[in-house]
Design a protein around this ligand. Structure first.
Ligand code: FRU
Length: 490
């Protein structure tokens, strides 16, 4: 039995229900919001509409976890009010009580979010998105909206939203990274209430196939040096169509972001990771989580009680390839806590026929890991008895990984869904490590230790139970492991 809003309800067992990813018990979900770690608890707030399975007046739903895997859904944290819907934003632990909402011994958690006023929008105004704050004095359980809201007024930019706030210790001030139509605007504040514009970034840099949304700014260290990563979500204009997460690596001096790269780089090349940002208050460790969907078809997915889920939490780091700094994402180590005994475990598997069938039935949700001394063209075919399939592999000529979901089951709810999606291979080594996490209706690919990442949804009539390797002559899979994962809802 699972507890939701304090009541025992059925387990999360409906068709397509993810077993190792967070999804709400019922109703619509989009972006992760207000992710903050405090006193051993990871808080996950999220864009939530409790009135149905389509996007509607936005609330902040709330769930918590002690281990980033098992989630407990709690009552809604923030409701729409006279200033509008509660759009995306962030939360911080105000350790020094700069806001005055708590005390030094009892720091408040402060949420910074966008108030979206639908009436002003309908009236044709362009200042309908403003930034507001709320605080919690009981570790995120209940929230009080600040009376002086909004704290940052719209200067006349239609898309003016998704504040991500962090403490810039060097200058003892808060920095807000805000998506402002086609660029980022940085603001600073001593107390989370009074905000001053610092600078703008990105009007002519990176990908601009759509509007910039849900940014994030945080430091990561590589070879002893600190770099700043600026994450900018973009919709549409992603590498495989629709929404996606791009990033820049550079420097930040408390006022201006100076990029080292001017082109687009992507935290996840797949079609189904969006609005990804990181938890605050986790120290040097940076943990990223995205919405596992795409605005192209998020409102049409064939689920009934709830709609949309989150990706697995991922730990971020930096590496250098051909002199360029690249963001690396790997599944958080906490996944090991739900790993069961491997059903396939081989030191090496040498395959000389073009097709090789595994006799082992695949578990419902699992992690698959293997290495190749020499990465060559190959395809893994995951099938069910209904003849549906998902193909995952690598094309050595084009130097890209791919996922083909054209025949993966229910695909006709949107013309953009049935397609093959690609991620370039960024690694330059001849060997490769590949990791896949399968859930009932998704797969996440982490190739080359997290250099090429793709999240991809699918909706088969039955789970994929057979694996065949095709197009694999002379391939050697090393350290091949298929590890079933325990459902997080049981
Ligand atoms: C991104 C987004 C945000 C906005 C929210 C509304 O998916 O469009 O920019 O705050 O969703 O639900």
């Amino acid at each position: 039995m699972f507890k939701v809003f304090g009541q025992e309800t059925e387990k999360y067992q409906e068709l397509y229900r993810p077993q190792v990813h967070f999804s709400p018990k019922e109703h619509w979900l989009n972006d992760p919001n207000g992710m903050v770690y405090y006193n051993g608890t990871y808080h996950l707030f999220y864009q939530y509409y409790p009135g149905g399975i389509n996007w509607g007046p936005m609330h902040w739903g709330h769930a918590t976890s002690k281990d980033l895997m098992h989630w407990k859904e709690l009552p809604i944290a923030l409701y729409p009010d006279s200033l509008g819907y509660i759009f995306s934003g962030s939360a911080v632990v105000d350790v020094d009580n700069t806001s005055g909402f708590g005390s030094k011994g009892k720091p408040p958690i402060v949420a910074i979010f966008t108030h979206h006023d639908p009436k002003a929008e309908r009236a044709g105004r362009n200042d309908f998105q403003n930034q507001s704050i709320a605080y919690s004095l009981d570790e995120g359980n209940t929230w009080v909206k600040y009376r002086g809201n909004p704290v940052l007024k719209n200067p006349g930019i239609r898309d003016f939203r998704d504040p991500k706030v962090m403490w810039y210790a060097r200058q003892k001030k808060w920095i807000m990274t805000l998506a402002t139509l086609d660029h980022i605007t940085f603001y600073s504040s001593p107390n989370l209430k009074d905000w001053k514009k610092e600078s703008e970034f990105g009007k002519h840099l990176g990908a601009h196939g759509g509007v910039w949304e849900c940014p994030d700014l945080f430091p990561l260290t590589f070879e002893g040096k600190t770099y700043w990563v600026l994450v900018v979500n973009l919709n549409p204009g992603g590498p495989n169509g629709g929404s996606a997460t791009q990033y820049f690596v550079g420097d930040f001096d408390g006022s201006t972001f100076m990029p080292l790269n001017k082109d687009s780089k992507w935290a996840d090349y797949g079609p189904d990771e969006y609005a990804g940002i990181t938890w605050s208050n986790t120290g040097k460790r940076k943990i990223f989580l995205g919405w596992m969907s795409n605005w192209e078809y998020a409102g049409q997915l064939p689920t009934e009680k709830w709609r949309n889920a989150m990706t697995l939490p991922r730990e971020l780091s930096l590496t250098k390839i051909n002199g360029e700094l690249i963001l690396v994402s790997n599944i958080v180590r906490e996944l090991d806590a739900i790993a069961l005994k491997p059903v396939v475990s081989k030191a090496a598997l040498s395959i000389n026929q073009p097709e090789f069938k595994f006799e082992q039935k695949l578990p419902g949700q699992f992690k698959m890991k293997f290495s190749l001394d020499k990465l060559t063209t190959h395809t893994l075919k995951f099938q069910n008895d209904a003849g549906e399939q998902i193909l995952i592999g690598y094309d050595d000529e084009k130097k890209h990984y791919f996922i083909d979901r054209t025949k993966s089951g229910v695909v006709n709810f949107n013309p953009n869904f049935a397609k093959i999606v690609y991620a370039p291979r960024l690694a330059i080594t001849s060997n490769s490590d590949i990791e896949l996490v399968f859930d009932y209706s998704s797969v996440e690919l982490f190739a080359d230790n997290g250099l090429s990442v793709m999240s991809c949804l699918f909706f088969p009539h039955q789970p994929f139970t057979h694996l065949t390797l095709v197009n694999n002559k002379g391939i050697i899979l090393k350290n091949l492991e298929i590890v079933p994962l325990k459902s997080i809802w049981k």
